[in-house]
Design a protein around this ligand. Structure first.
Ligand code: ADP
Length: 186
């Protein structure tokens, strides 16, 4: 079964997703990372999405859905995928469900829970290390968090009603959280 990771910015979602994918042999699809690669390529598409990413806004639906669909099609059917950063709103969720069903894939979700104040503290630390423009600007971080509550939470709630979501307590050390996730999914 595939996995879909959810969590507020700063919850440690990306770090945990990468570690778990490497250990349990999932192909990882990191939506933000894929989009940043396109942005850095200097292509026309890269220029088009640059402003969305730098301002903390979601890139247009067609673009992200095409990127994820292309990635899924390139992965063998028996290779499990870990999705990080998609779906982020209900339109993406509907399309995502369809693409997965059409490919004969099933998924469950991991939601790393952390309160907003704790998440903000962590992002301040990470901005220094990773140098991401959208992390250094508090206004952009808050905008992304607002989008998480407004757009992504309803998606998580929908998957919850379908019994697909495993909640993970996001407080504690990276190692502690990792162990919680690993024992919940394996
Ligand atoms: P974060 O979750 O901390 O905001 P990401 O690396 O996941 O960081 O995403 C960075 C940016 O990439 C987002 O602010 C948005 O502009 C874009 N992005 C990532 N995932 C999606 C998505 N599923 N749909 C639209 N835009 C996305």
């Amino acid at each position: 079964m595939d996995l879909v990771f959810f969590g507020i910015q700063g919850s440690g979602k990306g770090t945990q997703a990468k570690t778990l994918a490497a250990e349990l042999n999932y192909y990882i699809f990191e939506a933000g990372g894929e989009l940043r690669k396109i942005k850095a390529s200097g292509s026309e598409l890269g220029d088009l999405i640059k402003n969305y990413i730098d301002n903390g806004e979601l890139v247009p639906f067609e673009i992200i859905m095409k990127v994820v669909k292309t990635a899924i099609e390139a992965v063998p059917a028996d290779q499990q995928i870990l999705f990080d950063g998609i779906p982020r709103d209900s339109d993406q969720s509907k399309a995502f469900d369809e693409i997965l069903a059409d490919s004969g894939r099933e998924f469950r979700c991991v939601h790393i829970l952390l309160d907003k104040d704790e998440a903000l503290k962590r992002i301040k630390g990470r901005a220094e290390i990773e140098g991401r423009a959208d992390d250094r600007d508090l206004e952009k971080v808050l905008r992304r968090m607002d989008l998480f509550f407004e757009k992504t939470m309803p998606v998580i709630e929908k998957y919850e009603t379908e019994g697909k979501v495993i909640d993970i307590d996001g407080k504690g050390s990276v190692e502690e959280i990792y162990e919680r996730i690993k024992s919940a999914v394996s």
